[in-house]
Design a protein. Sequence first.
Length: 50
Amino acid sequence: MKKQFFKFLAKVNKVVLPSYTKQRLDLSKATKLQMAIFGWKLYVTKNALD
């Protein structure tokens, strides 16, 4: 159940949230909001793959 939820959430994130890796964002110059979005997407992806 948990894995299915995170897979669904990962699909929603892919559509709704921006992809900073495709934009070649330099993480050392990212704002706090950009870092929070990046961290959230990383957390969801990690849990969807487990």
